[in-house]
Design a protein around this ligand. Structure first.
Ligand code: HEC
Ligand code: HEC
Ligand code: HEC
Ligand code: HEC
Ligand code: HEC
Length: 488
């Protein structure tokens, strides 16, 4: 390089080196270096696009750049302040400055400082960014970091068949574009959580949820989850009898021809679109059914075609039926019966169902109040109203009291305004409209010749309906010879 040009360059830069020897600029240098190094360590996990890196984006595109630019701003700010300070004290700022060489102590100090900080950042960055990625991939981060906000979903999730599936596998899925989209909405969510301005309960459906076929089908191939499946549902009468309902669910495969629930809506060449008049998608006045070239339109009774054109239209996918694959909140009676069927509550205690339901349906101010009241109200009932039963079955009553409280804790979250029925489940039709949003026999083609089927054997074959010991289960050899008591 040309010697004189180098001289000129160092002469110009040396006042900066001299002036930047102040703590504000140093903090700036440290920030810039830290942000830069961490960024370089994190970018590979981001580019690899693996779905888990959900929140890395927030760090990569929000937190680190903020640090970087803050640092970048601090360097000249420090220089400016130092220069002003020197001027005030009447010190010359240029003259007599040593040239920029290793003999210059200012330069040496700056170079050492930058070197040390960068080394330290590399050591920390290599360790921390790996841990951070691991952490932010985790269910803990999604479910527990925003503790109150996500508590209902996280609690339900822990009791779901997807307990081993990370949140981001359904909420973001593979690939870069949805990842970036989720980052953008993630930023405003983080902001709302920080400010406490989020909606209670978290609104559902999630309007811009990724089309489910791109997420669910990473694990579930609808062709595979097909065929007929036996489903046994346990019920308990108010008198304390245990019964079974047995349904043969005609699930069908995604591309198989013939009948079946999956085949009918997501089979090959099939597209179902619908208009909904409410934002919960519970009222569906118009349905369009395409099968290869064939198009059918179904209109609910007493609906004006003109009104339909103003409603949002959605293409049906997995979550129009499976809208609670991982966050199932049950209505009180079903929740109670399921806990009784699992033996968490002794179902053969007299008057158990009504007693427990009354307690569950009461309103409690918060989780703490419920904890204090539910168990003791339950025990008190047996102690006062049925002292004989209480005397004989105290351990069962204590265990059941805990079971009733657990049912409440899994389904009601006053701090998020989530209570019985807040989140409808679209599978089935007994607890919520579900399938009958369309399959009510009232959605008809224009000529009235065809309706969306409500025949009771379209979706399932009813093999037994609330029977004490259904013959079909005996024939299959799965009926218990004599029902065990609810005590364990
Ligand atoms: C098996 C897939 C799956 C997994 C795993 C999953 N979710 Fe969801 N989540 C969904 C679906 C589907 C919805 C409802 C979408 C709709 O109705 O639009 C939902 C809805 C939500 C909602 C909106 C409120 C509501 O209840 O509808 C929140 C918040 C949420 N999930 C958080 C989480 C958290 C936190 C985790 C991990 C602990 C998680 N999810 C794991 C599929 C999943
Ligand atoms: C990362 C993999 C993965 C993803 C993504 C996933 N699931 Fe699952 N799903 C599973 C596993 C594992 C099970 C449990 C299988 C078992 O226990 O037999 C399961 C079970 C189920 C079941 C059966 C539940 C039951 O009670 O037997 C349904 C229905 C289901 N998933 C629907 C969905 C839907 C809808 C989505 C998308 C919103 C989805 N899954 C996304 C892995 C996944
Ligand atoms: C029209 C509603 C509907 C749609 C759309 C739908 N399912 Fe299902 N699915 C059901 C019903 C109903 C069942 C049976 C539930 C039961 O056993 O009670 C079921 C069962 C399942 C099961 C469990 C099968 C088994 O053998 O236990 C899985 C897994 C599943 N669905 C995944 C999916 C996926 C993935 C999609 C989207 C590609 C999808 N479903 C779309 C209604 C639907
Ligand atoms: C958005 C409206 C809509 C919803 C919700 C819906 N379906 Fe359907 N379903 C249809 C339409 C439309 C058809 C085709 C009707 C026709 O062509 O006759 C259909 C057809 C079917 C068929 C085939 C019927 C036959 O005659 O072979 C089955 C089985 C079925 N649905 C089951 C279900 C189940 C189970 C659910 C709930 C988990 C459900 N559907 C929810 C719109 C819907
Ligand atoms: C469009 C499909 C469809 C039609 C039509 C249909 N069902 Fe169902 N039914 C379902 C599904 C899906 C379930 C839920 C199974 C589950 O809980 O996963 C169900 C569950 C049930 C249950 C069990 C509820 C429980 O908790 O014990 C009964 C009983 C039942 N149906 C009766 C009927 C009767 C009676 C008819 C005729 C009026 C009918 N169904 C028509 C789809 C249908």
């Amino acid at each position: 390089m040309n010697g004189t040009r180098l001289d000129r360059w160092t002469r110009r830069i040396s006042p900066l080196v001299y002036l930047s020897n102040n703590w504000i600029s140093r903090v700036g240098v440290a920030l810039v270096s830290a942000a830069g190094v961490f960024w370089i360590f994190l970018i590979p996990s981001y580019l690899s696009g693996h779905a888990g890196s959900a929140y890395i984006g927030i760090v990569l595109f929000l937190a680190l750049p903020s640090c970087f630019f803050l640092g970048l701003g601090l360097i000249p700010a420090g220089i400016y302040l130092r220069r002003r300070g020197l001027k005030k004290r009447g010190k010359p700022e240029h003259d007599g400055l040593p040239v920029l060489s290793w003999d210059n102590p200012d330069f040496r100090r700056l170079a050492n400082f930058v070197g040390l900080v960068t080394m330290a950042n590399i050591v920390m960055g290599a360790n921390l960014s790996y841990r951070a990625v691991e952490h932010m991939d985790g269910v803990q981060f999604c479910g527990a970091t925003c503790h109150t906000v996500m508590r209902p979903e996280y609690t339900a999730y822990q009791n779901s068949p997807h307990f081993r599936v990370e949140c981001v596998k359904c909420h973001i899925g593979p690939g870069a574009s949805w990842f970036v989209k989720s980052k953008l909405s993630g930023v405003s969510q983080v902001f709302h959580v920080a400010m406490g301005t989020y909606d209670r309960p978290v609104p559902t459906p999630i309007v811009d949820l990724r089309p489910a076929r791109e997420t669910c089908e990473a694990c579930h191939w609808p062709d595979k989850y097909g065929g007929d499946k036996l489903r046994v549902i346990t019920h308990f009468s108010d008198e304390g009898a245990r019964t079974k309902t047995v349904l043969l669910m005609r699930i069908g495969g995604g591309s198989l021809s013939g009948a079946g629930i999956h085949t009918a809506h997501i089979g090959q060449g099939i597209r179902v679109r619908y208009a909904h008049s409410d934002n919960k998608r519970q009222t569906i006045p118009w349905v369009e059914y395409r099968r290869n070239g064939d198009v059918r339109e179904f209109l609910a009774a007493k609906v004006n075609k003109g009104d339909i054109s103003r409603m949002p239209v959605r293409e049906m996918d997995c979550v129009d039926c499976h809208n609670r694959p991982s966050h199932t909140f049950e209505p009180p009676e079903r929740a109670l019966e399921n806990a009784m069927a699992r033996g968490e509550i002794a179902w053969d205690l007299p008057r158990i169902k009504k007693t427990a339901l009354d307690i569950l349906k009461k309103e409690y101010g918060g989780a703490r109040e419920a904890e204090a009241e539910i168990g003791s109200a339950f025990e008190k009932f047996y102690r006062q109203q049925m002292p004989e039963v209480y005397g004989k079955r105290q351990p069962d009553i204590a265990r059941s009291a805990r079971g009733v409280l657990a049912v409440w804790q899994r389904n009601v979250f006053p701090e998020m305004k989530v209570t019985w029925g807040t989140y409808a489940n679209n599978i089935g039709h007994n607890d919520y409209p579900g399938c009958f949003r369309c399959h009510d026999g009232e959605h008809k083609t224009a000529d009235g010749a065809r309706s969306i089927e409500q025949d009771c054997n379209t979706c399932h074959v009813m093999l037994a309906m609330e029977e004490a010991s259904p013959k079909i289960l005996q024939d299959l050899g799965v009926a218990e010879a004599s029902p065990p008591s609810g005590s364990q």
